[in-house]
Write a protein that binds this ligand. Structure first.
Ligand SMILES: Cc1ncc(COP(=O)(O)O)c(C=O)c1O
Length: 468
């Protein structure tokens, strides 16, 4: 029987088993398709057409009995898949909080995929471990967090916050004389959870994965911008985990870290900051004041795949207490041969995983401190321009536009819904709905490097025309 992998032992075309089974040819085809996609995506509508979605039916075929050439596999993926993507890497996708992808990180990701390193241990991949170590140091520096914090590379903010919660749980219980890894949670002393009343829903999920039910969460009341009111917080003690945020999902506002962390320190509580996108405000001299005191917290999470514009599946968390992290995650076995340096699997819930430090390193090497600052400042300037333009078009802007998020609405819900539908159907830009302070509204997030002034003006024209 024909073995389609057989040809890979022969890198030249002469003995290839079929078109595209030659590696040079195959990767050239992938390069061409990707380049076509990346250069074409800026001109495309943000959402796929109905026809492109209908064509996905083409993937629903019976399991192939025999081989298909690699070139044909790739051709089919491009033909059916590329038109059915959501153009989040273009310049006019403002829904959710997604971020685009810096081309250098796509290229670095390709090379790292070719390496196929198992980044779980130094012995299995010295390069992955070293790049993580370098990127971790640079991240702590650019985000101005304690330089000696432990940093774990995970899939997204949900897992970053989950990891920090598990580390916090270990530390808080260890201080109470309880080794949770050995003795479990069932009979453990109770850990209290205080979280912003506007904590992101994924944080509630992360708490539940760690054994803390949503009914156990004591909400910290917030003000009109979604910031915790420190004086109104529930009392803290030495077994409390406090979840705060840098970058409210709607308003972009930051909690007042200084008074919250001061209270937590006095009580011996642990503060975790969900900074999925907002932590990047710290990289901008113009915006970092809103994060004052954030360095006093115990742990922090931030996405790479949002505002830093890395490919999806990239986030980190940082944690002051290395022992808490190792208590939570270290896995040892004779076969998991340890290197002399960083042991990546001591920092994350996984053993085998891809080398996530590569894209962080590539983006920071490429942009430098100034480039990251410019990316943040440019996004915030676009958001401010959106706010001005929307007000001029007769919308009400509902938040103080302090970062990259804008919440806006018409006078009543029916008009807001109608305007949102028109904007979404325009094919020019896309944004989504939200509820803000009991009101149905629209929310836009400017978090892609690819958004230009022209994108903003084109989108504003559509938004203005969409309002009745
Ligand atoms: C404030 C905040 N926290 C957490 C998350 C979850 O992040 P992820 O989707 O990377 O898991 C998001 C996602 O939008 C967010 O905005």
């Amino acid at each position: 029987m024909h073995d389609p992998t057989e040809g890979y032992a022969r890198p030249t075309g002469a003995d290839a088993t079929g078109p595209g089974d030659d590696i040079e040819d195959l990767l050239q085809r992938a390069r061409d398709a990707a380049a076509r996609y990346i250069t074409g995506v800026t001109a495309r509508a943000p959402m796929p057409t109905d026809a492109a979605i209908a064509a996905l039916e083409g993937f629903r075929e019976p399991l192939p009995a025999g081989p298909t050439s690699a070139a044909e596999v790739l051709r089919r993926l491009d033909a059916l898949g590329s038109p059915a993507t959501v153009a989040t890497t273009g310049g006019r996708f403002f829904g959710f909080v997604v971020g685009g992808t810096l081309p250098v990180t796509v290229a670095a990701n390709w090379l790292a995929t070719a390496w196929d390193q198992n980044a779980g241990t130094w012995t299995l991949s010295p390069v992955a471990a070293e790049l993580e170590e370098v990127a971790a140091g640079w991240l702590l520096e650019i985000l101005d967090l304690p330089r000696d914090a432990a940093v774990g590379f995970v899939t997204g903010s949900t897992m970053a916050t989950f990891s920090a919660i598990v580390a916090a749980r270990s530390a808080l219980l260890r201080r109470a004389g309880w080794d949770v890894r050995r003795r479990g949670l069932r009979d453990a002393p109770r850990v209290r959870i205080v979280a912003s009343a506007e904590t992101h829903p994924t944080n509630l999920a992360a708490l539940a994965y760690a054994g803390f039910g949503t009914d156990e969460v004591e909400p910290a009341p917030v003000d009109e911008q979604g910031r915790i009111i420190p004086e109104a917080m529930p009392p803290l003690d030495e077994r409390t985990l406090v979840l705060v945020q840098a970058g409210n999902l709607n308003s972009g506002a930051c909690d007042p870290f200084e008074p919250i962390c001061a209270r937590a320190r006095e009580a011996g509580a642990w503060v975790h900051v969900d900074g999925a996108f907002g932590l990047w405000a710290r990289a901008s001299r113009r915006h970092r004041a809103m994060t004052a005191g954030i360095e006093l917290a115990d742990s922090w999470s931030v996405d790479g795949h949002k505002w830093l514009n890395l490919p999806q599946d990239s986030a980190i968390y940082a944690c002051r207490d290395h022992d808490a992290v190792f208590d939570a995650f270290s896995v040892d076995a004779t076969y998991i041969v340890r290197g002399a340096r960083r042991q990546p699997n001591y920092y994350t819930p996984e053993l085998s995983r891809r080398a996530r430090g590569v894209e962080f390193w590539a983006a920071l090497k490429h942009l430098g401190r100034d480039g990251v600052e410019a990316l943040v400042d440019r996004s915030c300037a676009h958001a401010a321009r959106f706010a001005d333009g929307l007000r001029a078009a007769g919308y009400e802007v509902l938040n103080d536009v302090v970062l990259n998020q804008v919440v806006f609405a018409c006078d009543d819900e029916a008009r807001t819904r109608a305007a949102l539908e028109r904007i979404q159907a325009s094919g020019v830009c896309w944004l989504g709905p939200t509820h803000w302070k009991g009101r149905f509204a629209m929310r836009l997030s400017v978090s892609s490097w690819a958004t230009t002034t022209e994108d903003v003006e084109r989108s504003l024209a559509v938004m203005a025309a969409a309002r009745e």
